[in-house]
Write a protein that binds this ligand. Structure first.
Ligand code: ADP
Ligand code: MG
Length: 378
């Protein structure tokens, strides 16, 4: 007689699933801030203020002057996989926004004590609404008729309180986590200028437990990377940099397939342009490389370790003692990279990455770092 064996594999309940996956999207203080700032940039904001209370332990508030959220969308903003930016998987190759998965606000709801959104579109301003969300991202209260110019303010309090171990870790390393968040914000202060010729006024303030308020960072919104560097590190830092402008061809994924006879069209190589700033040979900016090196792919901050290594290797052939300051934005076709690799979107998969690294080495070592327009045919 067959005995019934109950399966030991069971589905997790929805709340646990939500909390587990949210913990991968919002890993630490800097990813929480990053998601909020990216939402402001996606909303077309030209002014963003980030306010930390007690190094972000008490609260993080991001105030922008972007599009605002329309009243008919209030119920969906905190729901998982609800987004206004992507409607089907195929859109991913054309993606120009930072967000696309509809996970950030829902994750913050699951991982914080409280999340509230105050918002007004051009239609409602100068009056807007405050929306309070619960852990599941549902609207628990809506209050209309609060003063709000066009834009959105998201206030999150008690980050990681629902995850005691991570909260303890955050409290223990509060200052270090706060510095990491500031470093990431510097990248966002440099970002948008590179491409769209649109500057963003970014202000970061800190309110200490003692009540002392300080401005940590302020850019003036000029649409130039040089202006942002000056605002962040002073005019002396800028004097030590030269323009970086390299172009080269990289064989595209489609071209590889064409070589194998799968496609039969002319798309053989695509041009990659790298724009930004780099230290003059003689100066560098210290021995360690990662502090002041900012990489972007199509204006999206990322950590492309092989590309970073290639840059440092080439620079080392000119200056053996110092690592360079680098701001480098790789401008390439959106279908030659995949941003949907890691939950925090910092890892970007580049098709033909080794090709790109090789071309980069050849192009940049052919001349001094500086205004260079070198085309390396593949
Ligand atoms: P995603 O950015 O991937 O769409 P989020 O969870 O970060 O997902 O945000 C959900 C939605 O809420 C966005 O698609 C957008 O419509 C809206 N939203 C969030 N923050 C803002 C903001 N600062 N300004 C305007 N709309 C916002
Ligand atoms: Mg987002």
């Amino acid at each position: 007689m067959a005995t019934e064996v109950s399966s030991s594999i069971k589905a997790l309940d929805a709340t646990s699933v939500h909390r587990i996956s949210s913990g991968q999207v919002v890993i630490d203080l800097q990813t929480a801030v990053k998601e909020l700032v990216e939402n402001s940039l996606d909303a077309g904001a030209t002014s963003i203020e980030v306010r930390f209370k007690d190094h972000g332990l008490a609260s993080i508030e991001v105030v922008d002057n972007g599009s605002g959220i329309a009243p008919e969308d209030y119920d969906a903003i905190g729901l998982k996989h609800h987004t206004s930016k992507l409607s089907s998987f195929t859109d991913l190759t054309l993606l120009r926004t930072f967000g696309f998965r509809g996970e950030a606000l829902s994750s913050l709801c699951a991982l914080c004590e409280q999340v509230s959104v105050t918002t007004a579109t051009a239609n409602e301003a100068p009056m807007g609404s405050i929306i309070e969300l619960d852990r599941a991202g549902r609207v628990v209260s809506k209050q209309g008729k609060v003063a709000r110019q066009r834009g959105t303010t998201v206030l999150v309090t008690g980050l990681f309180k629902p995850l005691p171990v991570r909260r303890k870790e955050l409290e223990r390393n509060a200052k270090r986590e706060f510095s990491k968040a500031l470093a990431l914000l510097s990248a966002y202060a440099l970002v948008p200028c590179a491409q769209e010729n649109k500057g963003v006024r970014l202000t970061v303030t800190h309110l200490a437990g003692s009540g002392k308020k300080s401005v940590q960072m302020r850019t003036n919104g000029a649409p130039s990377t040089r202006a942002s560097v000056t605002a962040l590190w002073g005019p002396k830092a800028l004097e030590q940099l030269v323009d970086l402008d390299i172009r080269f061809g990289v064989e595209t994924e489609r071209a590889v397939l064409r070589r194998r006879g799968i496609f039969d069209d002319e798309a053989s190589s695509s041009e990659v342009r790298v724009r930004g700033l780099i230290s003059k040979f003689a100066v560098g900016c210290g021995r360690t490389s990662s502090d002041r090196q900012f990489f972007f792919i199509n204006g999206r901050p990322c950590s492309p370790s092989k590309v970073q290594k290639a840059f440092n290797e080439v620079y080392r052939t000119f200056n053996a003692n110092q690592a360079p300051f680098i701001v480098a934005d790789f401008i390439l076709p959106t279908d030659s990279c995949d941003v949907n690799v890691s939950p925090d979107k910092r890892t970007i998969l580049l098709h033909s990455e080794s090709n790109l690294v090789q071309s980069l080495k050849v192009s940049s070592s052919a001349g001094s770092p500086g205004p260079a327009t070198i085309t390396h045919a593949v």
